[in-house]
Design a binder for this molecule. Structure first.
Ligand code: ZN
Length: 449
């Protein structure tokens, strides 16, 4: 099944439209036909491009491209929504409930029917934040079945790039050879799927979590000389990456610390031309990554999949653990200057996932519980932050040719915001509201007034 069918051609006029398309950054109207943008520009231009009498809808707000969260555990977010929300609870309650339960992973073996119910429950909550697509960064075999069934029933409204996660070191996948055998046995690879549900790169772990002292660093964590947890040997990691590159699988690597990102860069350099089309990612990539490592990773074609939310929650703990070394954490400026494509995500529902909050954090570098922001040398502009959530994340989602911007021929995935984030005072960003969200020309969320 393809994107939700359009109910026919129409023209949408807004206060203005933010296109995230450099040649026409702003527009007045867009026309939708068959789930795609048929024309965009001044109202007169758009009307001239359409059949006479095409209905015109006037909206009081600012239209933005649908946001793409490049790291959101969508199905687990849905299972937690089933656990924590009453039938009438909306997105505000959901945000609070998840903040109060970050440590709860949700049910481990839910009944299969719950997987479909979970997705149906959570999608509108995220559409209410202007999100129209996600990259789910760790999809188990059971979760993949849940996505497929939800899509088969025509119930998937969130465009999803699913990154298969074969948990290395468990009984099912004791070693790299077991992972390779499984991937080889499916007969499909990264990119398989359609505009609603597509297979992404696989997910592997090079190191652990920063607050557990497991990020693999180049400098020791402390006087003991400990540098962090390397979850795969250099040899095993490179062997897996090179096999994937040769067989059509991309690799997204959980790599928090500099030494782990260095490992990703080295393997990508060896993998060569496969890296760009298969959208290899360095995931998190935020602790003491040097300009040299970032430049090499970017030059090899590796996407920086970054989450402003993680540093919001971990900033204070990192300052306690490593002092001033924490100041440069989550170097978004550094990754952009290195020439990388930066894709923003949240790691929701286990970290803050409200894009208004994350846009604000990326600009201000503020951290929870601290008066002082982290070093502003790594701050970016609101436009750069919005790009990481749209064009950058669309690239990570293998969809930059039809999503992430509002251009003729692109999918009609957009949200109506109360105000333009690009023209909002930084401290007011978190108070913006999303009034309506469309996916493929179909309205999937309308704010009740
Ligand atoms: Zn995650």
């Amino acid at each position: 099944m393809n994107a939700p069918a359009s109910s026919g051609a129409r023209i949408v006029v807004a206060r203005h439209i933010v296109t995230m398309y450099a040649e026409l950054p702003r527009a007045e109207a867009l026309a939708v036909s068959n789930g795609r943008i048929a024309a965009i520009g001044d109202l007169a231009e758009v009307q001239a491009a359409m059949a006479p009498g095409t209905p015109v809808e006037e909206l009081d707000g600012v239209v933005l491209p649908g946001l793409i969260d490049a790291h959101l555990h969508l199905q687990r977010a849905g299972l937690k929504a089933l656990d924590y929300l009453g039938a009438d609870d909306g997105v505000d309650r959901y945000i609070d409930a998840m903040r109060e339960s970050f440590d709860d992973d949700g049910p481990e073996h839910p009944p299969f029917a719950d997987r479909v119910r979970a997705l149906v429950r959570v999608q509108p909550l995220l559409h209410a934040l202007g999100i129209t697509g996600v990259v789910d960064p760790a999809v188990t075999i059971d979760e993949m079945r849940g996505y497929q069934e939800t899509h088969r029933r025509g119930l998937l409204t969130m465009r999803t790039l699913a990154m298969p996660f074969l948990d290395l070191g468990t009984a099912a996948f004791p070693d790299v050879d077991a992972v390779i055998a499984h991937l080889d046995g499916t007969g499909v690879s990264t990119g398989f799927g359609d505009a609603m549900l597509r297979l992404g790169p696989i997910k592997v772990y090079a190191d652990g979590e920063a607050l557990k002292g497991q990020a693999l660093l180049q400098e020791p964590w402390n006087a003991s000389g400990y540098r962090g947890l390397q979850r795969l040997s250099d040899e095993d990691y490179e062997r897996l990456v090179l096999w994937c590159a040769e067989h059509g699988w991309g690799v997204g690597t959980h790599a928090v610390g500099a030494a782990a990102v260095d490992l990703v860069a080295r393997a990508a350099e060896r993998a060569g031309d496969a890296v760009v089309p298969l959208r290899f990612q360095a995931i998190h990539a935020y602790l003491e990554t040097t300009p040299e490592i970032m430049r090499r990773a970017a030059a090899a074609g590796v996407i920086a999949s970054l989450q402003p939310s993680i540093i919001w929650h971990n900033g204070a703990g990192l300052r306690r653990a490593i002092g001033d070394r924490a100041e440069s954490a989550n170097p978004v400026r550094g990754w952009l200057d290195a020439g990388a494509t930066v894709a923003f995500g949240s790691d929701g529902p286990f970290f803050a996932f409200d894009p208004r909050h994350l846009l604000w954090q990326a600009v201000t570098r503020r951290v929870a519980g601290e008066a002082e922001p982290l070093s502003l040398r790594e701050a970016i502009t609101i436009h750069e932050a919005l790009a990481a959530y749209t064009t950058g994340a669309a690239y990570a989602a293998m969809a930059e040719h039809e999503r992430g911007a509002l251009r003729p021929g692109f999918r009609a995935d957009w949200a109506l915001w109360s105000h333009d984030p690009l023209e909002t005072a930084v401290d007011d960003l978190r108070q913006l509201t999303v009034l309506r969200t469309d996916v493929g020309g179909r309205t999937v969320y309308t704010r009740e007034t």
